[in-house]
Design a protein around this ligand. Structure first.
Ligand code: XMP
Length: 514
C-alpha cells in the first residue's frame, strides 16, 4: 500500500485516485496518525498531501522527523513539500512569493527522477503563500518558477522527493507522469494493482466473513448496490438473497433492468416486492417536497423490513449479514477505519424479536466510483447498470411538482425516456452528470396543436455538469439535441405542450427541483 497523508486539504482523495490510476493501491490516513502507526502498515511509499497555506501558522499540522528516516520513499506535494523542507533543515519563508493557479515551471532535468522525459518548460497548478528558498542538505533542486527558486527537490539516496505544486490536478500537464516517476522509479513499485485483484481479493474475504450463513442485499437500481450484490453473489452464490422494492417511482425500463438484466448477468436470487400501490396511496394528495421524501423513506424501510422478515423465516442457515454498497469517499469522510459495523434493524411486524442484528458486508469500501464501475464491468453487469447516472432514491416522486399520481408518473416516464434516448443518441451521456426531467403538474399553459387550443403542462429539462453533485453548472447542450427532445416530447407525450430548459447553476438552484 501507498499511504497518502491527509493534511486537511481536499486534495488527498484526488491524490489517492491518481495513485490508483497508476495501478498502485493507495489509502488515505490522517496527518494526526502517529508515524509509528503509519510505518506499521508497511507502506511501499508515503505521499504527503497539500494543506493549509503556511507551515508557520499557529496549529499547523506537523510531522515527526522519523517518517523521513525509516527508509520508506516519501513524496511531498505543496504543504507536504514545505513540511518536508522545514523538517529536514531547508528554508521556507513568507517572502510574498505567492502563486495561485496555472504557473510555468522550469525543469532542470539532468539526473532527475521525477522529471525525466518531460519538457523543460511545463505548466503546473500552484496554490501557496510561503516558498522554499533553500533545499535541505543532500537534495538536488530540479525545478523552479519565476518567483520560487526551489519548486522541486530530490534526494535519490534517501528516496525523498517533493514538489511545490499540485501534480494531482489535471492543470498540471505532466503531473501524472511525475507521480508515476516517483512511484515506479523513485519508490521502485510495480504497477500491478487492478480491479481484477479487487474482485479476487473481495471474493475470498466475503467467503471468509460470511461462512455458511446467509446474507441480504437491497438493490436500488443504482451502480453501487448492483456491483456490491454481484460481488457477494460471486462469492457465496445462493446464500445471498437480493431484495428490490418496486415503489412505482422508477424510470421507464429500470425495474426490468434489475428484474431481468441484473439477474441474467449474475444469477442472483432476487425477491421483488411490488409496492407501487402502497407508495402511491401513501403519497396521495401530498405536494410538499419534504413530506414526500419522508413518506417515501418511511414506506421504503417498512417494505424492506417486511421482505427481510420473510427471508428470515425461510428455511436455511441463519441470516446474519446485510450487504451495503458503501464507497471509499464515504469511509474517508466519516473518519476512515477498516472495521465493520453492526446495524440494527427495527421492525414493526409481530412474531419476531424486536431487533434483528446484522453484520455489514461492504465489499466496495476501498473503491472510488470509477473503480466500482470497472469492477461491475468485470463482473459482467450490463452497461446500462454500470454506467448509470445518479438517480435520487425517492425517484420520480420528487420530479413531479405537485402531488404524485399514477397518470402523472406515466407521463413523466415517457418524457424522461425520450430525453434519455436522445441524449444517448447524441453521445452526450458522458458529458453530463445527469439530466433530471421534471413535470410541472401544478402549472398549465396555453398552446396550439393541430387546429386546436391546448392547455397542458410544461416539462423542464435540467441537464447539469458536475464533479461531485455538491456544485453544478447547467450543461450547454447542442440546440439540435434540445430541439429534437422538445419536438418529440410535445408530439409524443399527451398533455404536455411545452418544454423548457433550466439554466440555473448550483448554487443557487439544487440539481433536483424538490
Ligand atoms: P441536489 O438536488 O441536492 O442533488 O442538488 C444532488 C445529487 O443527489 C441526488 N439526490 C438524491 N440521491 N436520495 C438519493 O439517493 C435522495 O433523496 C436524493 N436527492 C437528491 C441528485 O439526483 C443529485 O445527483
Amino acid at each position: 500500500v501507498v499511504l497518502v497523508v491527509d493534511f486537511g486539504a481536499q486534495y488527498a482523495q484526488l491524490i489517492a485516485r491518481r495513485v490508483r490510476e497508476a495501478r498502485v493501491y493507495s489509502e488515505i490516513v490522517p496527518s494526526t496518525m502517529p508515524v509509528a502507526e503509519m510505518l506499521a502498515r508497511n507502506p511501499r511509499a508515503i505521499i504527503l498531501s497539500g494543506g493549509p497555506s503556511s507551515v508557520y501558522a499557529e496549529g499547523a499540522p506537523s510531522l515527526d522527523r522519523s517518517l523521513f528516516e525509516a527508509g520508506v520513499p516519501v513524496f511531498g506535494m505543496c504543504y507536504g513539500f514545505q513540511i518536508m523542507a522545514t523538517t529536514l533543515g531547508g528554508t521556507v519563508d513568507d517572502n510574498g512569493a505567492r502563486e495561485y493557479g496555472r504557473t510555468p515551471l522550469t525543469v532542470s532535468k539532468a539526473g532527475s527522477t521525477l522529471f525525466e522525459g518531460t519538457p523543460t518548460e511545463q505548466s503546473v497548478w500552484m496554490s501557496h503563500g510561503d516558498a522554499c528558498s533553500a533545499a535541505p542538505e543532500g537534495f538536488t533542486v530540479t525545478a523552479s518558477t519565476d518567483v520560487v527558486p526551489v519548486a522541486a527537490f530530490e534526494n535519490d539516496e534517501k528516496k525523498l522527493y517533493g514538489v511545490q505544486y499540485h501534480p494531482e490536478v489535471m492543470h498540471s500537464t505532466y503531473g501524472q507522469q511525475v507521480l508515476e516517476h516517483f512511484l515506479y522509479r523513485g519508490a521502485g513499485i510495480e504497477p500491478t494493482w487492478t480491479t481484477t485483484n479487487v474482485v479476487e481479493e473481495q471474493v475470498a474475504l466475503i467467503r471468509e466473513q460470511v461462512g455458511d450463513k446467509r446474507a441480504i442485499c437491497g438493490l436500488s437500481g443504482g451502480v453501487d448496490s448492483a456491483v456490491a450484490a454481484a460481488l457477494v453473489q460471486k462469492a457465496i452464490g445462493s446464500q445471498l438473497t437480493c431484495v428490490y422494492v418496486d415503489h412505482g417511482l422508477m424510470r421507464k425500463g429500470e425495474t426490468e433492468q434489475v428484474e431481468k438484466d441484473f439477474v441474467a448477468a449474475t444469477g442472483a436470487k432476487l425477491k421483488v416486492v411490488d409496492a407501487e400501490k402502497r407508495f402511491l396511496d401513501a403519497l396521495a394528495g401530498v405536494s410538499d417536497p419534504e413530506q414526500k421524501r419522508k413518506i417515501i423513506g418511511r414506506e421504503f424501510i417498512r417494505v424492506f423490513e417486511q421482505a427481510q422478515l420473510e427471508i428470515l423465516q425461510e428455511d436455511g442457515p441463519e441470516v446474519a449479514f446485510l450487504v451495503q454498497g458503501t464507497l471509499y469517499p464515504d469511509v474517508v469522510e466519516s473518519g476512515g477505519g477498516t472495521g465493520t459495523a453492526n446495524i440494527k434493524s427495527h421492525h414493526n411486524v409481530g412474531g419476531l424479536p424486536e431487533d434483528i442484528e446484522f453484520q455489514l458486508v461492504e465489499p466496495l469500501r476501498q473503491l472510488f466510483k470509477d473503480e466500482v464501475r470497472m469492477v461491475g464491468q468485470e463482473l459482467g453487469l450490463p452497461e446500462e447498470i454500470v454506467q448509470r447516472q445518479p438517480f435520487p432514491g425517492p425517484g420520480l416522486g420528487i420530479r413531479i411538482v405537485g402531488d404524485v399520481t399514477k397518470e402523472r408518473l406515466d407521463l413523466l416516464r415517457e418524457a424522461d425516456a425520450i430525453a434519455r434516448e436522445e441524449l444517448t443518441a447524441a453521445g452526450l451521456d458522458r458529458d453530463i452528470w445527469q439530466c433530471p426531467v421534471v413535470l410541472l403538474a401544478d402549472v398549465r399553459s396555453v398552446g396550439v396543436q393541430g387546429d386546436g387550443r391546448t392547455y397542458g403542462h410544461p416539462i423542464v429539462l435540467r441537464p447539469v455538469s458536475s464533479e461531485d453533485a455538491m456544485t453544478a453548472d447547467w450543461s450547454r447542450l447542442p440546440y439540435e439535441t434540445l430541439a429534437k427532445i422538445s419536438t418529440r416530447i410535445t408530439n409524443e407525450v399527451a398533455d404536455v405542450n411545452r418544454v423548457v430548459l433550466d439554466v440555473t447553476s448550483k448554487p443557487p438552484g439544487t440539481i433536483e427541483w424538490e
